[in-house]
Write a protein that binds this ligand. Structure first.
Ligand SMILES: C[S@@+](CC[C@H](N)C(=O)[O-])C[C@H]1O[C@@H](n2cnc3c(N)ncnc32)[C@H](O)[C@@H]1O
Length: 397
């Protein structure tokens, strides 16, 4: 993988010569090139910044040195005219995550533009995208403000670089780490088995691999629940670009967007069955809104975008039955596990006293029927509310 970094402090990137990333560079697995932005200035003071239009504190990085620096990077040892994915660190970008690191690790070429001061003139992003044809991603290390992009680039190059095949000797060690599947890692121990009066958990000395795996899984769940409960909801699915999905209760403000999502899912079903007798197809704003009063609607959002929904309520005619309906996921997240995550959420939110969970599903929807079967649902005696559907039920544990 080729990596170009442009900065006004090239020395800041010196740690990329050390440790596993340094070794990967020596071995030719990573080709890292650091460029000084000031080499692309033309005045005596090598000026890269100026005052902001519109007033305000601080300075803004000028577009011209950046445009020349990008031209230089693109022209350097690039006879085929390949284009890097340009990553611009910024506190206003999409959050950097293990999933994003995995995606970026598949790119053959990444270029990083380290901002300083108040950041880079907005036209540089437009130029890179529109005139140079680069994919541009603004990526944030976290919800805090650093002085410059260099620290963020060090972190990103390390996280991405270690995923490039060959950089970490034992690829197995990458699989079980925190954030790989949304959970944190289990506690780890080494010799001696007893230290300062503290013993390693006995199960780890038992040699029983099944018991060890079960213990580790429990520890991962417990640790994630204690330290990062926000990850538990998102542990089964991620949205586009690997952004985790959040599930929250719908409010009135969500109704217009929700109505559109439900219509889209219903339209898909209507096309599949050749029938317009799909209740969700006929739900307008008023019906979606009043359903918020009589049931609970849960929404899945990825980076703010509505990507799924599910509705739940206690059955009005059988108080120990929990009805799950309108389970709907946007087509781009089909197969991402989000539908199962929404189903689990709908089940988890059933109150005490609920003994049966039910769903009504189109009899033709073989994939959905298979998925619900896998989730423990079986055809129920309860009559379906309309022709062409079946009611599925599951006993609550
Ligand atoms: C002082 S910051 C500019 C902050 C900017 N005015 C704002 O409020 O969004 C200067 C530079 O530090 C880098 N930076 C700061 N915080 C960052 C973060 N959380 N993640 C990634 N880069 C960051 C970016 O390169 C940014 O251009």
């Amino acid at each position: 993988m080729r990596v170009d970094v442009v900065s006004i402090f090239p020395d800041y990137l010196a740690p990329l010569d050390l440790s596993l990333i340094g070794k990967a560079r020596e071995d030719g697995l990573l080709d890292v090139r650091v460029h000084d932005l000031r080499d692309f200035t033309h005045d005596r003071h090598r000026t890269v910044d100026d005052t902001p239009y519109g007033g305000g504190a601080g300075m803004v990085m000028k577009p011209q040195p950046w445009a020349e620096a990008l031209d230089h990077v693109l022209a350097l040892d690039n006879p085929s005219g390949a284009k890097p994915h340009l990553v611009v660190p910024g506190p206003g970008g999409q959050p950097f995550s293990q999933a994003l690191a995995r995606r970026l690790a598949l790119e053959p070429w990444l270029a990083f533009a380290c901002g300083r001061y108040e950041g880079i003139d907005e036209r540089v992003y437009e130029h890179a995208r529109d005139d140079l044809g680069l994919e541009v991603s603004v990526v944030s290390l976290g919800d805090y403000v650093l002085n410059g992009g260099e620290v963020a680039v060090l972190a990103m190059v390390e996280a991405i670089g270690r995923l490039v095949p060959g950089v970490i000797g034992n690829a197995e060690s990458l699989v079980e780490e925190s954030h790989e599947d949304g959970l944190l890692e289990y506690p780890i121990y080494t010799k001696p088995s007893s230290w300062n009066g503290r013993d390693v958990p006995a199960v780890l000395l038992s040699g029983n691999h099944g018991a060890i795996a079960a213990w580790r899984h429990e520890q991962r769940l417990a640790r994630t629940a204690a330290r990062r409960p926000d990850l538990l909801h998102a542990s089964h699915a991620t949205g586009p670009d690997g952004v985790p999905v959040d599930i929250t209760a719908a409010t009135r403000g969500d109704v217009p967007e929700l109505a559109v999502l439900l219509r889209a899912c219903a339209a898909e079903e209507a096309v599949a069955t050749g029938s317009l007798d799909v209740p969700a197809l006929h739900e307008g704003l008023d019906e979606v809104s009043s359903a918020l009063e009589t049931s609970q609607t849960w929404l899945a959002r990825s980076a703010g975008r509505l990507v799924g929904a599910v509705r739940t309520r206690r059955s009005p005619d059988a108080g120990d039955r929990w009805e799950i309906s309108r389970l709907c996921v946007t087509p781009d997240l089909d197969g991402s596990g989000l539908d199962r995550q929404l189903l689990d959420h709908a089940e988890d939110t059933a109150p005490d006293g609920i003994r049966t969970l039910t769903l009504e599903v189109g009899a033709h929807r073989t994939d959905a029927l298979k998925a619900y079967r896998k989730a423990g649902y079986r055809p129920a005696d309860t009559p379906a509310s309309r022709p062409g559907t079946v009611v599925l039920a599951k006993r609550r544990r």
